[in-house]
Design a protein around this ligand. Structure first.
Ligand SMILES: Nc1ncnc2c1ncn2[C@@H]1O[C@H](COP(=O)(O)OP(=O)(O)OP(=O)(O)O)[C@@H](O)[C@H]1O
Length: 238
């Protein structure tokens, strides 16, 4: 399977502190990958570099084989179909649910935005649909996470990278967010989640990558014997 996104020799530091070292990664098109690791392992840095939100100090990012490293900037690679949902769901709390979604297709003609809005609402839970004219801040944490995913979908991305979707959510709500992500993957979108907790990711992903102290320490398919072994030995922080 060809890689939609790839990292080649990625290294990064913050004021001399090593965040990532020599990361080699291929994200196969149309698959669901979970990148797991403890606090401070470098997940957020990798998410931002893969999505083109920050430029790595070393190495290249390839999008369908083309070097896009130099395109990194505030907007990331969204124009090229790669959406990043950073940690902490940044919604515009005082804007309505509708308005938040519309921002995801900013710059598109009205008819396009409205057509997409309808498609995205079809994927949202009832409470989000019902609340379209309410301020986003009135939604529950899980609904807000869904809304943030919905806003990313308004750009019709080919890939969606999401940093700690489970953060601060009850397990039942996390499961709903993951169901939504699995549905996207079935629809052909490439999904990458970055998580500290392996439980939900393991249930939905096709493959996992573990990072520790800025380096990849394990990779495998979710059904691989080696992955089960790694789980049994607590290697994945279970
Ligand atoms: N803006 C920054 N300035 C300085 N150091 C940073 C900055 N961002 C991250 N770091 C450091 O880089 C390393 C990797 O951080 P990163 O946020 O990528 O890890 P993470 O796995 O996403 O952790 P978390 O789960 O806490 O978000 C850590 O040592 C962190 O302290």
């Amino acid at each position: 399977m060809s890689a939609l996104l790839a990292a080649r020799g990625i290294g990064h530091r913050y004021q001399g502190v090593l965040a990532l070292n020599d990361i080699e990664l291929d994200v196969p098109k149309g698959t669901f990958m979970a990148i797991l690791g403890p606090n401070g392992a470098g997940k957020s840095t990798l998410a931002q570099i893969l999505a083109g939100a920050i430029r790595p100090a070393k190495g290249q990012i390839l999008l369908e084989g083309a070097d896009v490293t130099a395109r990194a900037g505030r907007q990331g690679l969204i124009r090229n179909g790669v959406a990043l949902i950073p940690e902490g769901r940044r919604l515009f709390g005082q804007l309505t649910v509708d308005e938040n979604l519309m921002l995801g297709a900013y710059g598109q003609p009205r008819a396009v935005r409205e057509a997409r809005l309808e498609k995205v609402y079809a994927l949202m839970p009832e409470a989000v649909r019902q609340g379209k004219h309410r301020a986003a801040v009135t939604l529950s944490g899980g609904e807000q996470q869904m809304l943030v995913v919905g806003r990313a979908l308004m750009a019709e991305p080919r890939a969606i990278l999401i940093d700690e979707p489970s953060l601060g959510l009850a397990p039942i709500l996390t499961a709903k967010v993951y169901d939504l992500l699995s549905g996207l993957r079935r629809g052909g979108v490439t999904v990458v989640v970055f998580e500290q907790l392996a439980t939900h990711a393991l249930r939905h992903a096709d493959s996992i990558v573990v990072i520790n102290q800025g380096e990849i320490s394990f990779r495998g398919g979710v059904d691989d014997e080696a992955t089960h072994e790694a789980l049994r030995t607590g290697y994945l922080g279970h």
